[in-house]
Ligand binder design. Structure first.
Ligand code: SF4
Length: 324
């Protein structure tokens, strides 16, 4: 059925496709992508051919560093050690624009996003006033019963950092691992969750245990983040990457394995939206309001009154990304 056309004038109410689910959709070369934020369900109608003029220009996913502040001091941290913080009304204005333009979800990070003074209000606002999926990445140590109570119903996914277990974790994060396991219970009471692990020489041998502990805590996903070079910290070595590939090949556990795009080469990844790359797939806004292709990138455009979509065009032009 390739070649079936789509008529942009036929407006479909996503809530009416299924009486219970709230679908949001995007158009691309791959077809029509439907997404439901409460379940995380993605459906790709790849038999529908969408004209280029109708392709969704906004990034599929956007991450926002709400604040650079953090009370931990991990050596591998890329966040600048400054007190820069974004304002509530600025963030909500950007997100309203991105929501209308077809972005599916926002991931709040930092620094430590739970330290932003209006973090809860922000999650509640975005969940209620937009159709964006709300997620955040946290070291987890501030997610107690009280915060969980306030966030429940306003967050769709949480990522918790866990670099190794017990002594390894504690040497990297300088926080109690037993306490992290306690906090994971509160995290799981809010929403679906996953675990992020920075993979280096110390954490690679502990991946089995990280995966086991994560699954026991109710996580559904393990995001593998080969260590990036930051200040005095070296990038994950070739040996470490080879060891990680062997571990991935042999993993038989229940968690969905994911890897960041910049480290994905050589790993058995599945990407249904292979044509939707670069800024069509993802963009990052740092705590100073600079729009970037990734949190590690030195290239960026300062967001101004012109809005996010205009800045995206400017950034795409600078990166020489074409418009297809
Ligand atoms: S917890 Fe995250 S933001 Fe804080 S220092 Fe560690 S890596 Fe950086």
């Amino acid at each position: 059925m390739n070649g079936l056309g789509v008529d942009a004038r036929s407006e479909v109410d996503p809530t009416s496709l299924d009486g219970r689910r709230q679908w949001k959709w995007r158009f691309s070369t791959a077809g029509v992508h439907l997404f439901e934020r409460n379940t995380g369900l993605n459906v790709l109608l790849d038999e529908i051919s969408v004209p280029i003029s109708l392709h969704t220009r906004a990034p599929r996913q956007v991450s926002i560093a709400l604040t650079n502040r953090c009370d931990l001091e991990c050596a591998h941290c890329y966040a600048p050690k400054s007190r820069d913080e974004l304002r509530f009304d600025t963030i909500t204005r950007w997100l309203a624009e991105l929501d209308a333009a077809g972005t599916l979800g926002v991931g709040f990070g930092g620094g430590e996003p739970t330290l932003h003074p209006e973090f809860v209000k922000l999650c509640q606002y975005v969940a209620q006033e937009t159709r964006l999926s709300v997620s955040f990445t946290t070291h987890g140590h501030h997610v107690d019963n009280e915060l969980a109570e306030r966030l429940r119903g306003s967050v769709h996914f949480i990522r918790v950092s866990m670099d190794g277990v017990w002594a390894t974790y504690e040497s990297i994060r300088r926080r109690s691992f037993a306490e992290l396991l306690e906090r994971l219970r509160d995290v799981r009471s809010i929403s679906r969750c996953g675990v992020n692990v920075v993979v280096n020489d110390d954490t690679l041998p502990e991946l089995d245990e990280v995966a086991r502990v994560s699954a026991d805590a109710g996580a559904c996903e393990l995001l593998l983040l080969p260590q990036m070079p930051v200040r005095s910290v070296m990038a994950a070595s070739v040996d470490t990457l080879q060891g990680l590939r062997r571990w991935v090949d042999g993993y038989k556990g229940p968690l969905k394995l994911c890897i960041n795009e910049s480290s994905a080469e050589g790993f058995p990844t599945c990407d249904a939206l292979v044509q939707e790359r670069g800024l069509r797939a993802y963009a990052h806004i740092d705590a100073m309001g600079v729009l970037k292709p990734s949190s590690y990138s030195d290239t960026g455009v300062q967001l101004s009154d012109g809005g996010v979509m205009q800045a995206l065009d400017q950034l795409a032009h600078g990166l020489a990304e074409n418009d297809t």
